[in-house]
Design a protein around this ligand. Structure first.
Ligand code: 5GP
Ligand code: ZN
Length: 115
């Protein structure tokens, strides 16, 4: 899948936009959300441009394992093994950045349900 020319998260993964990166490997990058809604609010993304869950299939689904391996390590440390992982897709879910991303929310008792 080609990289999004105008994609903010592609620019972050290519270090063209500054942000607070807390973890990175060859396939993924994790950084602090610019507009946090919880004491810990991180975003975990694939470095490759994948617009949403609807573009995940047999050929690229291995990235999801890696993302969750890394979320497990990071959130066990930074969220004290208690967190919410959120993945918004499409208009009804209010996905604003069209590059697959997982919010990691923690550091406080969170509200539920979301609407
Ligand atoms: P969505 O609503 O698409 O699930 O969430 C996108 C998230 O990306 C939002 O929480 C927003 O604050 C965050 N975000 C958007 N642009 C930037 C940016 O340039 N840097 C960082 N660190 N976060 C961003
Ligand atoms: Zn992108």
């Amino acid at each position: 899948m080609s990289e999004g020319m105008d994609c903010t998260f592609c620019k972050i993964s290519q270090k063209k936009i500054d942000c607070d990166i807390i973890f990175e490997d060859n396939l993924t990058i994790c950084f602090r959300d610019i507009n946090p809604v919880a004491p810990v609010h991180l975003l975990m993304i694939p470095k490759v441009h994948i617009p949403s869950v609807f573009e995940i299939g047999r050929d690229n689904s291995a990235i999801i394992s890696r993302i969750f391996e890394n979320i497990s390590k990071i959130s066990s440390i930074l969220c004290n093994r208690s967190c919410r992982i959120v993945n918004n897709n499409g208009i009804d879910a209010l996905q604003t950045v069209k590059h697959l991303h997982f919010h990691i929310l923690g550091g406080a008792r969170l509200g539920w349900p979301p609407c």
